[in-house]
Write a protein that binds this ligand. Structure first.
Ligand code: NAD
Ligand code: USQ
Length: 399
């Protein structure tokens, strides 16, 4: 299969590129290093010392004997992306190439607009390029579970059948996203669904939960192949952050009451889900939706897992409740369906089996690179970016 990976220099994109090329597919990656630039802007960095994309591609060739083609350019640039899709003729386009951070999108108007322009316009370009130059390709697009928000009813995989005033229809499930970033994913989903309906394109919209972990089978072959691992407030996700905080001796940053519940998955399972989607495309004209997560945890559950795992590694951890910088439900119902990918054959990894070995061990390895100043939350949904409100409101006893 010819696979074009948009955002192939990213946390998930680079491991995906290695994973597919190891399995004999023809792989090309696209990136314009937006993520590296955003770290420069914020004064933060990946915990793992990641190589340049060029060096990784070379290292991968030396270590595994596999080739990955590289195209440096902006998905927002119509001529760049449309000519690439026309010339490469992908069977599958895996689209990770967006700005993935809720806090970053909430800094101020400029960041909200930047995230919208990047994500929504980039995906529109991809859809038009497919329509004009690769109408049979399959778009595997990374959306987010956060598109749905936290409604007080079960969440289906994309669509539900509803009866209203005596008539019945199958409709997209309502979306109640929690940040301007999450909103861009809703706009993308609407645009993709429309393009499938009108132009007969085929797409899989993957509503992915929060991903954790550093290692994959491929990246473990050589440290030059490691993917990025972020722990700052903009780009680090909760569990990755907690692991770094544990090793740095900083009280774990639980926002508010800590009962916010999300779906989580190991980075290795992301790779499987992308492969299963790519190998089983939907019929033309359809936007298929999968909810891509394995286990459900509250942030307090995560903190307890990290505390336990750190103790096994000889590290004592304190859990603290911070004033919540976000506007979100801190206690809520959460029961999203997630059978689609399991039905296709997903073999999940579980948090309790992998935390010490595949995350904490690596964090300890790179503990000297931890920038403690980038950990505490400073971006507030309500009041704008200032650090006046950083505050621990309670320390958890005996968790
Ligand atoms: P990432 O920032 O590490 O990767 C995205 C890559 O896309 C980066 O390398 C970036 O430079 C590139 N990019 C962004 N805009 C671009 C543009 N206009 N042109 C070219 N390249 C561009 O993020 P990630 O964590 O790997 O996430 C990948 C995707 O998965 C994102 O769409 C994200 O929203 C989604 N997602 C991630 C998670 C998670 O927990 N990491 C969970 C759910 C969904
Ligand atoms: N949280 C804490 N402490 C922290 C960081 C986060 O309590 O130090 C809480 C947040 O308040 C939130 C939950 O943990 O309730 C999840 O936050 P997160 O930062 O781990 O994840 P989120 O902002 O939702 O975004 C991440 C990825 C994003 C993806 C999303 C999937 O960055 O790209 O879309 O996970 S989901 O959460 O299902 O929407």
């Amino acid at each position: 299969m010819r696979i074009l990976i948009l955002g192939g220099d990213g946390y998930l994109g680079w491991p995906t590129a290695m994973y597919f090329s190891k399995r004999g597919h023809t792989v090309a990656v696209v990136d314009n290093f937006t993520r590296r630039m955003m770290h420069l802007e914020r004064g933060t960095d990946s915990l793992t010392p990641i190589q340049s994309l060029q060096s990784r591609v070379e290292a991968w060739h030396n270590v595994a004997g596999c080739n990955i083609e590289m195209f440096i350019g902006d998905i927002k640039d119509w001529y760049f992306i449309s000519h690439l899709i026309r010339d490469f003729q992908p069977d599958t386009i895996v689209h990770y190439g967006e700005i993935p951070s809720a806090p970053y999108s909430m800094i101020d108007v400029h960041h909200a607009v930047q995230v919208h322009e990047n994500n929504v316009n980039g995906t529109l370009n991809v859809l038009w390029a497919m329509h004009e130059f690769a109408p049979d390709a399959h778009l595997v697009k990374l959306g987010t579970m956060g598109e749905y928000g936290t409604p007080n009813v079960d969440i289906p995989e994309g669509y539900f059948t509803i009866e209203y005033k005596g008539r019945t229809d199958t409709l997209p499930f309502p979306k109640q996203p929690g940040s301007f970033y999450h909103l861009t994913k809703v706009h993308d989903s609407n645009n993709i669904m429309f393009a499938c309906k009108v132009w007969g394109l085929r797409a899989t919209d993957l509503n992915q939960g929060v991903v954790y972990g550093i290692e994959t089978d491929e990246s473990n072959l050589d440290d030059r192949l490691l993917t990025r691992f972020d722990y700052d407030e903009s780009f680090g996700t909760a569990l990755n952050r907690f692991c770094v905080q544990a090793v740095a001796g900083i009280p774990l940053t639980l926002f508010g009451r800590g009962q916010q519940t999300r779906g989580y998955l190991n980075i290795r399972d992301t790779l499987q889900c992308i492969e299963l989607s790519a190998l089983n495309p939907p019929t033309p004209g359809k936007m298929r939706v999968f909810n891509q997560w394995v286990e459900r945890f509250s942030v307090m559950d995560l903190a307890k897992h990290v505390k336990k795992a750190a103790r096994e590694a000889g590290i004592d951890v304190t859990i603290a409740h911070y004033r919540n910088p976000r506007v979100e439900a801190e206690e809520h119902y959460y029961n999203p369906d997630h059978t689609g990918l399991f039905d296709l054959g997903l073999k999940p990894h579980y948090l309790s089996d992998s935390l010490v070995e595949s995350v904490i061990r690596r964090v300890v390895q790179y503990r000297d690179r931890i920038m403690e100043d980038s950990i505490v939350p400073r971006i507030y949904w309500e009041r704008g970016g200032t650090d006046d409100y950083v505050e621990i409101v309670e320390v958890e006893d005996g968790a």
